[in-house]
Design a protein around this ligand. Sequence first.
Ligand SMILES: C[S@@+](CC[C@H](N)C(=O)[O-])C[C@H]1O[C@@H](n2cnc3c(N)ncnc32)[C@H](O)[C@@H]1O
Length: 404
Amino acid sequence: MIIIERLNLKGEGIAHGITAARTLPGEEIDGEIVDGRIAQPRIVTPSAQRVSAPCRHYKACGGCAVMHASDAFVADWKQDVVQHALSAQGLNAAFRPLLTSPPKSRRRATLAGRRLKSGALVGFHARASDTVTAISDCQLLDPALLAVIPALEELVIIGGSRKGEMKLTITAFSQAVEVSVTGGKPLDNALRVSLPQIAGRHGFARLAWDGDVLLQTEPPTLTMGRAQVSPPAGAFLQATPQGEAALLAAVKEAVGEARYVADLFAGCGTFSLPLAETAEVHAVESVAAMLESLDRGWRTAKGLKRVTTETRDLFRRPLLPDELAKYDAVVMDPPRAGAEAQVHELARASVPIIAAVSCNPVTFARDARILVQSGYQLDWVQVVDQFRWSAHVELVARFSRINS
Ligand SMILES: C[S@@+](CC[C@H](N)C(=O)[O-])C[C@H]1O[C@@H](n2cnc3c(N)ncnc32)[C@H](O)[C@@H]1O
C-alpha cells in the first residue's frame, strides 16, 4: 500500500519516487509498479477532494489531467505550484484569489488526427500514449470547436497519410472556425481542389495547410479592446475569452496610470490594443505577421493612443536600458522559456513597473529573482487557470522598482 504525498508538475501523484497518475495527496493506493510507475492504481482510500469526473472521455483521454479533483483542490494546487517555484528562488508573494475559466470555454485547441484503415480519428492523445481518443462530448472545448470535428475527420481522410499524425489547430473566431493543419500530405493539385471544398462546405472561416492559406471566406476577426484584429493563420491567441479578460484586467491594474508602455512578446495585441485606450504603447514581437495584424487593428480602431510595432527577437536582442528609459511600465508575456535575456536588461534599467505574464512558473520564478535582486519588489501574483483540468498554470505578477 502506498500513500500519495503530493502531485508533480504534470498533476500525477507521487510517493517515495513512484508516480501514479490520477491519484490525489493522502490517498491510499496499490497496483503493479513498472519502471517506477503505477499505470492502473487502485484507490483504496479516496481523498475527500476526489470527485467523479464530469466527462465520459476522461478515463481514456489524456486531454485533462486533474478532472478527478475538486475545483477547490485544483485552485490550491496551482497556486502552490507557483508558491513553490518562488520559494525555490528564495521569494514569496501575496496571492490574489485564482480565477478559473468555465467548462466549454476553450476557443483554441490543437487536436491530433490519424487516418485509419477506414475513416479517421480526431481528438486528444490518449493517456500516456500516442493513440488518439475521440472527444465528441469534451467538456473543455467551446461547442463551436466540437462541431467541426466531423469536418476535421474529412480533412484527415483526404489529406492524412497512413504513417504520420496530423496536428489540427482550431480557433473559434467571431464569425466561424479557423483550421490550421500541419503534418498532412504535401499539397498537390488534387488536394488544392478537394481541401477547400471541404472547408467551404463546412463554413470554415479559413483553412491553412502547412501555413498555406487554401480558403478564407473573409478575414476572421477578434475584438481586442476597441480594435478588431484579424490574426494570421495559426497565430497565438489566449486559450479562453475569460482567461484573456482575467489576464488583461490584472495587467491593466498592474500598469495603472502609466502613459508610455512597452508590450514585449506582444503577439497580435491582446494587451497592447486595450492598453492603448490610456497609454502610448510600443509592441515588440518576433513574428512580423502578428504585428502587422496588430497594426491594422490599431489603424482601423477609433480613439486609441499611438501604437508602434517592432519585429525583434527578444531572446537575442532584448530592449536595452537606454531604449527602456522612456517607459513608465513594461508588460512582458514570453513563451515557456521565459524572458531571461530581457530581464537582465530590465535589471540594469529603471522602469518603475513591470507586469509579468507567464505560462511557466519555473521560468517566471527564475526571472523574478533577477528582478528582485536588482531592486524590484514583487507586489502580488494573480494565478489564472484558463487551461482548466490540465496541469498548465498561468499568472500575472506586478513588480515595482523600489531601489535603482
Ligand atoms: C505567450 S505568447 C503571448 C502573446 C500576446 N502577449 C498575447 O497575449 O496574445 C508569446 C509571444 O512571444 C512571441 N515570441 C516567442 N519567442 C520570441 C522571441 N524570441 N522574441 C520575441 N517574441 C517572441 C511569440 O510569437 C508569441 O506571440
